[in-house]
Design a protein around this ligand. Structure first.
Ligand SMILES: C[S@@+](CC[C@H](N)C(=O)[O-])C[C@H]1O[C@@H](n2cnc3c(N)ncnc32)[C@H](O)[C@@H]1O
Length: 187
């Protein structure tokens, strides 16, 4: 078990274990309050932290084991989340949120992972960017006017451009990559 800012997370087989990218988001997301959608909640670490700060949080993951883990971890931490099993925005028709957060799968394909749930958690498409680009393309339909999207990016992804304005909130260097927490917002 890991304890971060009074949040207790139990790890489950087949569910992404919180790592540097998860902590980057938990520790450096700016303060905001309102409705938040997390795409790809994994163990629930980020959603639970945001709920503890007083946000109304909807946590989505495509992996049923992550959904189960988030349910158990939110109960352990005495927070209420709306927890939805689904593919990105597919179960959220006509919903809008003040903020969207995502620590996405961002690596190009690798044969290092022969575990399908781990591949789903870390591999973001042919150049590592495809998942993030899809999210940023569709997010406009689910974001309130003046809302922000916070996403983790890695130096191992290819460069990409979008219609959104960008602001780097925090960068951290590791031996094998540089991770950034980036805010996307409407111009
Ligand atoms: C890098 S992990 C992040 C987990 C957790 N938020 C954290 O930071 O520790 C990415 C998560 O995205 C989920 N995921 C992958 N593809 C998805 C999709 N199409 N829709 C929703 N979730 C997805 C994976 O199952 C995984 O739990």
């Amino acid at each position: 078990m890991n304890t971060v800012e009074k949040v207790i997370i139990k790890n489950f087989e087949g569910v992404y274990e919180p790592a540097e990218d998860s902590w980057l988001m938990v520790n450096h997301l700016p303060f905001f309050k309102g409705s938040v959608l997390e795409i790809g909640c994994g163990s629930g670490i980020i959603s639970i932290n945001l709920a503890k700060r007083g946000n109304q949080v909807t946590a989505v993951d495509i992996n049923p084991k992550a959904i189960e883990a988030t349910k158990i971890n939110s109960t352990k931490n005495n927070v209420e989340l709306e927890i939805i099993e689904g593919n990105m925005f597919s179960k959220l028709k006509n919903r809008k949120f003040d903020t969207i957060v995502c620590n996405p799968p961002y690596l190009p394909p690798t044969d290092r992972y022969n575990d399908p749930e781990l591949s789903l958690a870390v591999e973001g498409g042919a150049t590592g960017t495809e998942f993030t680009l899809k999210l940023l393309k569709e997010a406009n339909n689910f974001l309130q006017k003046n809302g922000s999207i916070y996403i983790i990016q890695s130096s191992r992804m290819s460069e990409f451009k979008t219609e959104w304005s960008e602001e780097i909130i925090r960068q951290e260097k590791y031996f094998f990559e540089r991770l950034s927490l980036v805010r996307f917002f409407a111009r």
